[in-house]
Design a protein around this ligand. Structure first.
Ligand code: PEP
Ligand code: MN
Length: 299
């Protein structure tokens, strides 16, 4: 596909021959999607996957409360940062190893597989020992040594789009992981910097890219409406729009709205309540059921 005339169609097959659809020996054709399994969760299957949890793991009580909420709402996976990429080095950086242990415990108690960010090549083994899926954050999408390390490590990878990355650069990043023999990659659109991002929302949610991703690669692609908008009231409509755009799942940040609960130390403005998450998951389920019904009638 020649996207908006910016690229010759041959560029994808040259830059990312493994993850592009030109890799015909994998047999995904022009529309097939590779399933990426994380425990019992299947990305790229018919039903979109919902990952939810706090921005960062802040305490045992906070994480367990939110993990139980994700489970009760019907979420599929738990998220939570133990190592946080913060703009200021003076801000909360995450609990590190202690955070990984808490997240793993919360995942085990609820039966939800966990995903968390790894930012440093020296920490891939440590994070990988506790996480079911390794997240590469937007700021590290082009950290090529880190991509190589998670590729070698072999656990499933959630590869966020760099906030200023073209589709070609994003798939080039996936190619670094795939070249090490790890094709268990899920792409995540999380908003890009473009005029007027920052004026009324944190980033610009690029839903157009979903169709383009699906045209160029067989890797599943999910959407993070939380970082993309940065505003809690925008998360639910953005989630619905993302599902309508054909993504394979959502990554959503939540916080407790229990009276007396502390506000999150990180990304408080975009955190939605468990109740809103439940509504979003209800929408995902109903759209999936409608799609199934349509297929059944067509048969
Ligand atoms: C996150 O998901 O915790 C995060 C920091 O997101 P991003 O890398 O997209 O900013
Ligand atoms: Mn966050």
């Amino acid at each position: 596909m020649n996207i908006a005339g910016a690229l010759a169609s041959g560029d994808f097959s040259r830059i990312c021959p493994i993850v592009s659809r030109t890799h015909e020996s994998l047999g995904y054709g022009t529309t097939g999607t590779q399933i990426v399994n994380v425990g019992s969760v299947a990305f790229g299957a018919d039903r979109p996957v919902v990952i939810a949890g706090p921005c960062s793991v802040e305490s045992h009580a906070q994480t367990l409360e939110l993990a139980r909420a994700v489970k009760a709402c019907g979420g599929d996976m738990l998220r939570g940062g133990a190592f946080k990429p913060r703009t200021s080095p003076h801000d909360f950086q995450g609990l590190g190893l202690e955070g990984l242990k808490i997240l793993q415990e919360a995942g085990r108690e609820t039966g939800l597989p966990v995903v968390t960010e790894v930012m440093d090549t020296r920490l891939v083994d440590q994070v990988g020992a506790y996480a079911d899926m390794l997240q590469i954050g937007s700021r590290n999408m082009q950290n090529y040594p880190l991509l190589v390390e998670v590729g070698r490590y072999g656990k499933p990878v959630l590869l966020k789009r760099g906030m200023a990355a073209s589709l070609c650069e994003w798939l080039g990043a996936a190619e670094y992981i795939a070249k090490e023999g790890n094709l268990q990659i899920v792409l995540c659109e999380r908003g890009i910097k473009a005029y007027p991002s920052g004026e009324y929302s944190r980033f610009i949610l690029d839903l157009n890219v979903i169709a383009a991703v699906k045209a160029e690669t067989f890797l599943p692609v999910i959407v993070d409406p939380s970082h993309a908008t940065g505003i809690a009231s925008m998360v639910e409509p953005a989630s619905r729009a993302a599902i309508e755009s054909g993504c394979h799942g959502l990554l959503i940040e939540i916080a407790s709205d229990r009276p007396g609960a502390a506000r999150p130390k990180c990304d408080a403005a975009q955190a939605i309540s468990p109740k809103t998450l439940e509504r979003i998951i209800g929408f995902v389920g109903s759209r999936h059921a409608q799609a199934e019904e349509k297929t059944a009638y067509a048969m």
